[in-house]
Design a protein around this ligand. Structure first.
Ligand code: EPZ
Length: 417
């Protein structure tokens, strides 16, 4: 298993370009199942979750090719099977995103229940309840969701709690359903808006994506489309924190600043300088950033996917930062690894109390999930001496060549195979 070795103490300088958003590319690849005509996606990040999704689509009899760099062409004309096997789903929960499209396109779907992951139980009850309201007959047995529907029919669906992939799954199911579907209390995440953009380009009739109420009028068939995946706001946020925590000065290119304003504002609250100029964001760290508490919320609130990275930064801020995690029930595992590097963090239920600034010293640490891994890399950038981050496969799921790109900003970081 690969490791990343980081020697801390370098102030990052230079510019870095943001990749396409993993969490927009995944639903977009699932959406291609809805049409017999090929869909071409640009700006797709070459990360392991995308590779897993390619394997999953191939399992279904779908042709996936890479006509050029960061471009994926999906031809679901030959869609032959409708089962997403456990071996694939357990490595990537987002595989559940094929449930809605398969049901809408073929009337059948057999998808392994994703099971929990490090950050929480992550049930899909809202996905299932919504599909049932649209007329699907769903049984869960032997660890699989078995769904059938002659033809899905439009329904008025209220999410009892905001769910990003739940909104995406039902949005994709609705575009081919008979009649009108209303999705209430929908997720407002930019990735939902990006998916709606693709579906509309494929001929779907969708209104209100990005607002709590999405209206969909079902159509008989969708055609192909080509679509450029939006930039990754969490990767951009991660680089922002890298510049801030190392007291460096970096420029992020190709971002969509409007999608990460809560992260930008939080860093500004600590005294870090952030300037936005079109799709470029410049961040300059300061000698003594102030502690600022953060509470994760659904978009446009402070993203749960930035919580671990921000915690690493908070260890260097002057004062006490209270970080509250409202979205997942177990998303503080990076805290104990940061403490091993010298951070002063106390967990009280959904709150992590971080006292700073603390001198961090390099250590052997373990990544428990994608963003926890990012947090440990950020801590390694400022720690004294060498940090070795183990289980880098978590990072490779969502960050493309992270060590190369941080290296181009001056970081002393290498991959140990
Ligand atoms: C998406 O996960 C993202 N993944 C996650 O990013 C992100 O952390 C999360 O949204 C929140 O923003 C993708 O988009 C592929 P949810 P998702 O359904 O859709 C509970 C990363 O790091 N819930 O919005 O699975 C759930 O347990 C990943 O890239 C139910 O109870 O998250 C959680 O506590 C990690 N029942 C909360 O809602 C349901 O049916 C939010 O979950 C669905 C969700």
């Amino acid at each position: 298993m690969d490791k990343l070795k980081i020697t801390g103490g370098v102030r990052l300088e230079g510019s870095v370009t943001v990749s396409g958003a993993k969490n927009a590319a995944l639903p977009a690849m699932a959406a291609a199942l809805l049409s017999p005509v090929p869909v071409e996606l640009g700006n797709v990040p070459m990360v392991n979750d995308i590779r897993t999704t390619r394997k999953l689509l191939a399992e279904l009899g779908v042709r996936v090719t890479l006509p050029e760099d960061h471009t994926v062409r999906i031809d679901a004309g030959g869609l032959a099977r409708c089962e997403a096997p456990y071996e694939l789903v357990r490595t990537m929960r987002a595989s559940v995103l094929v449930l809605g499209p398969l049901l809408a396109r073929t009337g059948r779907a057999r998808v392994s229940l994703p099971g929990g992951c490090a950050i929480g139980a992550r049930p899909i009850d809202s996905h299932i309840r919504g599909l049932e309201k649209m007329g699907a007959d769903i049984r869960t047995e032997h660890g699989y969701v078995e769904a059938t529907a002659r033809r899905l029919r439009g329904a008025d669906i209220l999410f009892d709690r905001v769910t990003v992939t739940g909104t995406e799954n039902l949005l994709m199911a609705a575009v081919l359903a008979e009649g009108e579907t209303i999705l209430r209390n929908s997720a407002l995440e930019p990735e939902v808006v990006d998916l709606a953009r693709l579906l509309s380009a494929m001929g779907a009739d969708v209104e209100g994506a990005g607002t709590p109420t999405i209206r969909v009028r079902g159509v008989r068939e969708l055609h192909g489309a080509s679509h450029r995946v939006m930039p990754d706001r969490i990767e951009a946020g991660t680089f922002l924190v890298a510049g801030a925590v190392t007291k460096g000065n970096i420029e992020i290119l190709g971002a969509e600043p409007a999608t990460l304003l809560s992260t930008v504002e939080k860093l500004r609250e600590t005294g870090v300088l952030v300037e936005i100029d079109g799709d470029r964001i410049r961040v300059a760290g300061v000698e003594a950033p102030r502690a600022a508490s953060a509470t994760t919320r659904e978009h446009p609130g402070f993203p749960t996917d930035m919580q671990a990275q921000y915690m690493a930064f908070s260890t260097q801020a002057c004062g006490v930062s209270v970080i509250t995690e409202n979205i997942f029930e177990n998303r503080f595992m990076h805290a104990s690894e940061l403490v091993r590097m010298g951070a002063r963090i106390r967990i009280e239920g959904a709150r992590a109390i971080v006292e700073g600034p603390t001198r961090l010293s390099g250590a052997n640490v373990i990544a428990s999930d994608l963003r926890a891994g990012a947090s440990l890399v950020l801590a390694g950038l400022v720690a004294e001496g060498d940090t070795v981050v183990n289980r880098v496969y978590h990072l490779d799921r969502g960050y493309e060549r992270l060590e190369e790109r941080l290296g181009m900003l001056g970081a002393r970081i290498e991959r140990i195979h």
